[in-house]
Design a binder for this molecule. Structure first.
Ligand SMILES: Nc1nc2c(c(=O)[nH]1)N[C@H]1C(S)=C(S)[C@@H](COP(=O)(O)O)O[C@H]1N2
Ligand SMILES: [Mo]
Length: 301
């Protein structure tokens, strides 16, 4: 159902939706709370825990611009969109109208099959580049309005506690981030010699432009190879060769996106955000390789 500031409020059946012009797009989804445990110091051991609330899939559905136009959206007054889920908590989120009309969509397909129950069957909102909580699953209603809705899921949750004690709201874009997935925490290098160091990079603002990798904790950097295709607001794999000489090493990756934004160090991020936040931690991850080959999660100032 679409209501609010539209000429004709409309109820759509799935059949109606599937007859409208469709698009298929590959995008990442990252929970705003990915890496949340690590604000104060090292808390969890492996990349699954530090960066695991992330995936990348092909979504098929109808662009919101198509749907809102179909209902006669009042573009003069419309500023925000409310998306509501049909689950027990009726998850609700505000999306600003520029974003809704840009590349957001309602998706019924995922990786070539109907979207699965866990992912929101029969319909989910896809908001490329924006934190996962806005990708409302089991979508049942969209309302067009002129003010942010300040729902529970954007006041008590998903707001950023700043060092001065204020809460920053509606910081929804997932800024550029990257992580080395191999070698990473919990793995062991069994021998000296050649390793293919690999990982993932992404940006909520567009394409990944470059990924640099350091083996000495950020003192020197080398540019990694990016695997194609490099898509906007999608995971991009990087690879770089490394010969481990058996000495302790500090592995890091740093992404630069097409807007020129550079992934921050923990020092830089904490200078602005403090150490008591939960959401939107995109700091550079460090993995320490010890002399015995054990890889662990560390933070360097
Ligand atoms: N209806 C509804 N949609 C929801 C949620 C929810 O609890 N209810 N959780 C959100 C959160 S916080 C995230 S991170 C993503 C997770 O999407 P996934 O299960 O496809 O990984 O769904 C979002 N959509
Ligand atoms: Mo989330």
């Amino acid at each position: 159902m679409i209501n609010g500031l539209v000429k004709t409020p409309k109820v759509y059946t799935m059949d109606d939706l599937m007859r409208l012009p469709s698009v298929s797009r590959i995008h990442f989804i990252e929970c705003g709370a990915n890496s949340a445990m690590e604000w104060g110091n090292v808390a969890v051991p492996t990349v699954q825990y530090t960066h695991g609330m992330l995936s990348c899939s092909e979504y098929t559905g109808v662009l919101l611009s198509t749907l809102l136009e179909d209902c006669g959206i009042d573009l003069k007054r419309a500023k925000y969109l409310l998306a509501e889920g049909a689950d027990g908590s009726s998850m609700t989120r505000t999306i600003d109208i520029e974003r809704a009309l840009d590349d957001a969509m309602v998706a019924y397909g995922m990786n070539g099959e109907m979207i699965r129950p866990e992912q929101g069957y029969p319909l989910r909102l896809v908001v490329p580049g924006v934190q996962g909580v806005s990708w409302v699953k089991w979508l049942r209603r969209l309302e067009v309005g002129d003010k942010p809705y300040a729902t529970k899921d954007e006041t008590s949750g998903y707001a950023d506690l700043m060092p001065d004690g204020t809460m920053r709201q509606y910081t929804s874009i997932q800024e550029a981030k990257s992580v080395i997935t191999s070698p990473s925490g919990g793995q062991v290098l069994l021998e000296k010699g050649y390793y293919n160091v690999t990982g993932l990079a992404w940006s909520g603002r567009g394409k990944v432009k470059r990924v640099d990798v350091s083996f000495d904790g950020g003192i020197t950097w080398q540019t990694a190879r990016l695997e194609t295709p490099i898509l906007s607001k999608a995971l991009t794999r990087f690879n770089i060769g490394w010969v481990w000489n058996g000495e302790p090493a500090l592995l890091q990756s740093r992404v630069i996106d097409e807007t020129g934004y550079v992934q921050p160090t923990y020092g830089q991020l904490r200078a602005v955000r403090g150490t008591r936040s939960v959401y939107h931690n995109n700091a550079i991850q460090t993995w320490k390789v010890a002399e015995n080959g054990e890889v662990s999660n560390v933070q360097i100032a």
